[in-house]
Design a protein around this ligand. Sequence first.
Ligand code: EPZ
Length: 426
Amino acid sequence: MGREQVGVYHILGGRRLCGTVKIQGSKNAVLPMIAAAVLTKEEVVLSGCPRISDVEDMAEIVRSLGGTVWWEEKDLHLNCAEIEKSHVEGALSKRLRASLLFLGSLLARTGEACLAKAGGCRIGKRPTDLHQKAMEVLGAEIFEEAGTIFARADHPKGTVLCFPKKSVGATENAILFAVGAEGVTRLCHCAREPEVVHLCRFLRAMGADITGEGTEQITISGTYGKTALSGCRYEVPGDRIAAGTYLLMGAATRGHLTLLNAPLDEMGAVLSLYQKIGGQYTRKSGTLVADSKKVQDAVPCVETAEYPGFPTDLQSLYLAAAMTLKGESCICENVFEDRLRTAEELQKMGGTLRICGKWIYTEKSRLHGADVVSRDLRGGAALVSAALLAEGFSVVRKTELIERGYERFPETLRELGAKIIVEKEV
Ligand code: EPZ
């Protein structure tokens, strides 16, 4: 879908989701890998890459820098032999938050980076201070003017960096920069999210020397003056948030779903919550069979937290399911300060919801169809979930936000029994 298009879904409610879904490759794992592709002059192939607009936007940035990017079926090929620029145009960087990851990789590749402050979902202030500070500690000169970040690093040398606060993106950016430095960099108080782990594994496949991913301390031995990173073919892991999304949509509609390629080892918090509300599942390697017919009881309080806690990206999807549960549910959003706006749209559908700062309370509600607007990617998916269980027709607007992160979303839901008509306006 082109950026100038806006999308609308028309949904008939009262449907259970039943059937099999093959979980897409992980959005948040693959976006940093695309930024990392500029670190090598050789070809990188990302197998099983999700075909979503965030990936297309990152690919567009690589092209704008002088790289070549093309699809072969489900594989995304990137060739960054020629990187002519270190300036990401504002119109491109503003499309998505992950564009900020070119700060680290461009600094490592060209010694310079210039990019307008990134856009992305409006779920809070989303400052970039941790990213900028990390680049500075790692040896870059950095300043900001009129919303654009300028950075330069002639000869970065390994050092010790302790993040004052955990951040997935800032950890990834620091790793991307440090792989090009001279000597050893030790990063402390790092994010432990699986996406950071996947980036490290990917960089290792390119020849980088990294240890400690998945813990709070990551050590990188940089390539400066040594053998350059090589190309590689890498299998993009399954998307834990997409898998959690379908699981919770199944719970909301009391469906029966088989999820293939789900990264179950990364889904502990959501699987445990699913069981607490009455969901039953069996798992075997990457396959999850989830039966939601006994989903019934509210859980008094669920708080979002960094990994391995309950992910903020599934908060609104759980909220949609919580409106079908017996008793009061309380959800606390601890990661982003403005990620409860979907609740206002759910109220239009008859949801009984009360927001109190970062807390939201809900109870069993009789939902009816309504005309609602996606506020962010995951919130949009939550509205679709609510529309599927509501009585009557709903219209969900701004679905281009949903399609930033979910591959073949309406098609997949249709295959599971949903009645959805897609309208696109240019
Ligand atoms: C990543 O965002 C994900 N995005 C988000 O997924 C996810 O919600 C988030 O991590 C938390 O898990 C991508 O991977 C592309 P953070 P990121 O830096 O890296 C504050 C989705 O729906 N902070 O870990 O931007 C920040 O405001 C998306 O797929 C600073 O204060 O998240 C937040 O409160 C949305 N200063 C907290 O840290 C900074 O410089 C954690 O954010 C950076 C962040």
